[in-house]
Design a protein around this ligand. Structure first.
Ligand code: MIG
Length: 799
C-alpha cells in the first residue's frame, strides 16, 4: 500500500456557480452546479449558521453542543437578489453570497467588512477514510487578533498559531503543545475594534490556523463531517461570548460548597490518611470544603467498588468527614475491567453496552484496571444505565461529587493513546466511527455522570468535574486542565487557560494548584494559591510522585499565605456566587481578559496576565520567583489598590510593589464588594451581618449581590435574593440605592458598611429618608457603619 500523502493528494475542490436557491422561513439553500448546497440559517439577527454539503443533500442535523433551549428569533430578515449576488439582511448584518463561486462576505449595516471568504469553502476527498476533509479560509484583516478555543496553552492572543482539536491525555504538556484535553472549536476575531465569533461545530479532528501559514488568512478545517459553522456578530466581544454561551448552554448553579477550596492528591488512602489531612486543615484553620479520593479507593480500580482494606466502612467515613464540613468527591474512569465476576462489567456485557470494533468484537484497551472495555456513552440507553450506577455512591454512601478522568478517552501503551479509529459509536442514533465520536466521548460520559449524580443528590445539587470536554459540556460539568507541571511557566499557562476557558463558555474551571507533575517550591505554591483562589474552580492536586502538596508541606510562611488567600476566597464567596449567577443567567464569563474588558484599547490586545475577576476586581498574579512587585497594565477607569486603598488611574502601564503575601489586586472605583465572614467551610457559621466594601467614586457605578439557600433548587421557584446597588458619589455626598428582587430571606439582618476612599468627613447618615444618629449606625468616626440590610436608600453627607 502506498502511504505517500503527495501521491494521494489530488487537490482541492470548490463550489461552482450558484444555479438556484430556495427559502424556507429563516433558511436559504443555495445550489451550485457541482452539487454543493450552502444552507444559510438566520437564528438571530447576529447569529447565522452556514452549512455546506457536497453530496447534493444534507445528513441528519444533529449536534451534542447546541443547547436545545437557546432562544431563536430575529427582528428583521430580507433576501435580495441581484445579477451577481444574493444578499441576506438582518437588523445587525448583511451577508453577501456571490453567485459565481458561492463565496460569502459579511458586513455590518454601515458597510464595514466583518468576515469575508478568502478561498471560502473547499474540500478534498479523504482517500484514507472516504468522505471529505472540509475546509474554510477567511481573509484576515491587518491588525486582527484571535481569542478563544478552550484550553490552549498558548498566548491568549492566538494570532500566528496553528492549532489542533483532538481530545488528548497530554501528561505534563508544555507551552504551545497541541492538542490538549478539551475541544472548543470556537474563536473570537477582533479587527478594527469590531469583534465577531466563529463556532465550527464539527466533532472530527479540527484545525485552526490564525495567520500562521499565510499572513492574511485565517482558516479552519476538519478531517470529516460537514463544514458547519455559526457566525456570531458582536461588535462587542461581550456580545460574542454571551451569544456563544447561550448557543452551547450554561450550567445550573453549583452548590456553594463547590466554590470553596478543594484538596486532592493521587492518592489519599487509607481512611486514616484522609482524616489526617482533613483534621490538619481544621487544626491550621485553612478553610476547605472538599476532599478527593483518587483511583486507589477502588477495589483493583473497578469503578463503583471500594478497597475494603483501605476503606472498611466508606459510609461511616463519608459521614464523619461531612460532620467536619468535608464533602467527599470520588474519581470514576470510563474503563470497565474485564472481569466476569464484577457486576458492572457483567451488566454492561449482558446488555451490549460496550464500544465495538468495526468487525464486531468489543474494543479492548489497557488502563488502570488492566484490560478494559468501554461503555459507549453516545448511546442514550448506556447513559441511562450509567446514571443508575451512582445510586449506591451518592444515596447510600453520601458522596457529594464525582470526578471523571481519562475520558479523552485515554488508553495506555498504544500509539495514538486512544481507541482505534474503526471503533463504532451510537452517536444518539447517528452511527459513526471513533473519528467522529472521539472528541465528544468525554462530554457524554460527564453528561451521564451528571444525570446520575443529580438524580441521587436531589433535592441537593450535583457536582461533576471532567478532564475532557467538547463545546456544550459546561451544561453538565465543571472541569480542570489536566496534568500540568510544577513550574513557573505552568503558572503562566494556568492563568491564560482559565481566562480562555471563561471566554469559551466553560468558566467553571481550575488548574491543579501547585502543579500535578513534579514538586513546587514553597514560593511557587504560594504564588499559585494566590492566583488559584481567583479561579472559579479552586483545587490543589498533585501526582504525589515527588512528595506532598498540602499547604503544610511547605514552610510556615507558605501556610500563612495559603490561609490568607483561601480566607479571602471564602470572604468573597457571595461575590463569586454572584459572578456565577451572572454566568448562568446572562452567559457572562466569570473571568474577563483585559481585551474583553476594553477591546477599543489596543494595549489590551496582547495582555495575558491581568484579568478581571467578576466585574470589579482586577487580579494580576506574580509569575516569577523573588518578585517584590511587577509591571502591569490597568485598563481605563480609576482603581483602588486593594492592599493600600491608593487610587490609580488606568490606561497605563506601571510598576506596583507587593510583598510576598500579596499579589496586585485592584478594585474598580464605585464598586460595592460583598463579603462573608471567614468560615472553615461553607455553612459553618450563621452570621448576623455581612460586609459591604464600598469604594467611593465621584460618579455612578452598579454592583450586584445574588444569594439563595446555597444548595437545592428553591431558587428556581423564586427563592433567591438579588440586590442591585446603585452608587452615586458627589463631592460631599454618597448615595447608595438598593433594589431587591426575589423571595429569599437571608439569615443575617445587617450590613457592615466599610467605606473606602471617602473624600469627606461624615456629618449625617440618612436611611430611607430618616436621619439616623451616627451612634445608631455605630459609626466609628472613620470608615465603618452598620445598617439594616433592607435599606432602599442610604445617604451619607459630609461636613
Ligand atoms: O493516568 O487517577 O489527570 O488528575 O490524579 C493518570 C490518577 C490518571 C490523571 C489525572 C490525574 C489523576 C490521575 N489520572
Amino acid at each position: 500500500m502506498i502511504l505517500n500523502q503527495e501521491l494521494e493528494y489530488k487537490g482541492d475542490l470548490f463550489p461552482s456557480k450558484i444555479v438556484s436557491f430556495t427559502q424556507e422561513v429563516n433558511s436559504f439553500d443555495f445550489f451550485s452546479d457541482n452539487s454543493v448546497i450552502l444552507r444559510v440559517s438566520v437564528i438571530r439577527d447576529s447569529l447565522i449558521r452556514f452549512r455546506y454539503t457536497t453530496k447534493g443533500y444534507f445528513s441528519n442535523d444533529f449536534s451534542y453542543a447546541i443547547d436545545k433551549g437557546q432562544s431563536h428569533g430575529y427582528n428583521f430578515l430580507e433576501l435580495l437578489e441581484s445579477d451577481d449576488v444574493y444578499q441576506i439582511k438582518t437588523s445587525k448584518v448583511v451577508c453577501i453570497i456571490r453567485k459565481v463561486d458561492m463565496k460569502v462576505a459579511i458586513f455590518d449595516l454601515d458597510g464595514k467588512s466583518i468576515l469575508e471568504d478568502e478561498l471560502g469553502f473547499h474540500w478534498e476527498e479523504n482517500y484514507n477514510f472516504g468522505g471529505n476533509i472540509v475546509k474554510m479560509s477567511k481573509a484576515s484583516k491587518e491588525g486582527e487578533s484571535f481569542y478563544g478555543l478552550g484550553d490552549k496553552a498558548s498566548h491568549l492572543n492566538l494570532k500566528g498559531k496553528r492549532l489542533e482539536n483532538w481530545a488528548t491525555d497530554q501528561y505534563a504538556f508544555h507551552k504551545d503543545q497541541e492538542p490538549l484535553y478539551k475541544v472548543v472549536p470556537f474563536y473570537i476575531g477582533l479587527q478594527n475594534k469590531m469583534a465577531y465569533g466563529v463556532f465550527f461545530d464539527n466533532t472530527f479532528k479540527t484545525f485552526f490556523d490564525f495567520c500562521a501559514e499565510r499572513r492574511n488568512v485565517a482558516s479552519f478545517w476538519a478531517e470529516g463531517g460537514e463544514m458547519n459553522y455559526y457566525f456570531i456578530y458582536g461588535p462587542k466581544m461581550q456580545d460574542v461570548v454571551t451569544t456563544y454561551t447561550h448557543l452551547t448552554g450554561k450550567p445550573e448553579l453549583p452548590p456553594l460548597w463547590a466554590l470553596g477550596y478543594h484538596q486532592c492528591k493521587w492518592s489519599y488512602y487509607p481512611e486514616n490518611k484522609v482524616k489526617e489531612v482533613t483534621s490538619k486543615f481544621r487544626e491550621l484553620r485553612i478553610p476547605c470544603d472538599a476532599i478527593y479520593l483518587d483511583i486507589d479507593y477502588m477495589d483493583g480500580f473497578r469503578c463503583f467498588t471500594w478497597n475494603k482494606d483501605y476503606f472498611p466502612d466508606p459510609k461511616k467515613m463519608v459521614a464523619e468527614l461531612a460532620e467536619d464540613g468535608f464533602k467527599t468527591v470520588v474519581i470514576i474512569d470510563p474503563g470497565i475491567k474485564i472481569d466476569k465476576e464484577y457486576s458492572v462489567y457483567a451488566e454492561a456485557l449482558a446488555n451490549d453496552y460496550f464500544c465495538k470494533r468495526a468487525d464486531g468484537p468489543y474494543m479492548k484497551g489497557k488502563v488502570w484496571p488492566g484490560e478494559c472495555n468501554f461503555p459507549d456513552y453516545t448511546n442514550p440507553e448506556v447513559r441511562e444505565w450509567w446514571a443508575g450506577l451512582f445510586k449506591e455512591l451518592i444515596s447510600d454512601i453520601g458522596v457529594k461529587g464525582v470526578w471523571n478522568d481519562m475520558n479523552e478517552p485515554a488508553v495506555m501503551d498504544v500509539p495514538g493513546k486512544t481507541f482505534p479509529m474503526d471503533v463504532r459509536h451510537h452517536y444518539d442514533g447517528n452511527p459513526c466511527s471513533h473519528r467522529k465520536a472521539h472528541n465528544i466521548y468525554g462530554t457524554q460520559m460527564a453528561r451521564a455522570t451528571y444525570e446520575g449524580v443529580k438524580r441521587f443528590s436531589y433535592p441537593k445539587r450535583p457536582f461533576i468535574i471532567t478532564r475532557s470536554a467538547y463545546s456544550g459540556a459546561q451544561r453538565y460539568t465543571s472541569s480542570w486542565t489536566g496534568d500540568n507541571v510544577a513550574s513557573w511557566e505552568h503558572l503562566w499557562i494556568a492563568n491564560i487557560q482559565m481566562q480562555r476557558m471563561s471566554m469559551s463558555g466553560m468558566g467553571f474551571t481550575g488548574s491543579d494548584i501547585g502543579g500535578f507533575a513534579e514538586q513546587p517550591s514553597g514560593e511557587l505554591y504560594a504564588r499559585w494559591i494566590q492566583l488559584g483562589v481567583f479561579h472559579p474552580f479552586c483545587r490543589t492536586h498533585s501526582s504525589g510522585d515527588h512528595g506532598d502538596q498540602e499547604p503544610w508541606s511547605f514552610d510556615e510562611e507558605v501556610v500563612d499565605i495559603t490561609r490568607k488567600f483561601v480566607e479571602l476566597r471564602y470572604q468573597l464567596l457571595p461575590y463569586l456566587y454572584t459572578m456565577f449567577w451572572e454566568y448562568i443567567n446572562d452567559g457572562v464569563p466569570m473571568l474577563k481578559p483585559l481585551v474583553y474588558f476594553d477591546q477599543e484599547d489596543p494595549q489590551t490586545h496582547y495582555r495575558t496576565d491581568e484579568f478581571i475577576f467578576g466585574n470589579q476586581i482586577l487580579v494580576c498574579p506574580i509569575l516569577e520567583p523573588n518578585a517584590i512587585g511587577r509591571r502591569m497594565y490597568l485598563p481605563k477607569g480609576n482603581w483602588y489598590n486593594y492592599w493600600t486603598d491608593e487610587i490609580v488611574s488606568g490606561g497605563k502601564e506601571f510598576w506596583v510593589g507587593t510583598d510576598y503575601d500579596q499579589i496586585p489586586i485592584f478594585i474598580k472605583e464605585g464598586a460595592i464588594i460583598p463579603k462573608y465572614p471567614v468560615q472553615q467551610y461553607v455553612g459553618e457559621l450563621e452570621f448576623e451581618e455581612i460586609t459591604l466594601d464600598v469604594y467611593y467614586k465621584l460618579g455612578k457605578e452598579k454592583s450586584m449581590l445574588y444569594e439563595d439557600s446555597q444548595d437545592g433548587y428553591d431558587y428556581s421557584k423564586g427563592r433567591f435574593s438579588l440586590s442591585t446597588f446603585s452608587l452615586r458619589g458627589k463631592e460631599n455626598e454618597l448615595i447608595i440605592q438598593q433594589h431587591t428582587e426575589g423571595k429569599f430571606e437571608t439569615n443575617y439582618k445587617r450590613f457592615k458598611i466599610v467605606l473606602h476612599g471617602l473624600p469627606f468627613q461624615v456629618a449625617s447618615i440618612e436611611f430611607d429618608n430618616d436621619v439616623i444618629s451616627l451612634e445608631n449606625a455605630q459609626y466609628d468616626g472613620k470608615t465603618i457603619l452598620f445598617i439594616h440590610k433592607d435599606f432602599t436608600e442610604l445617604h451619607i453627607t459630609g461636613k
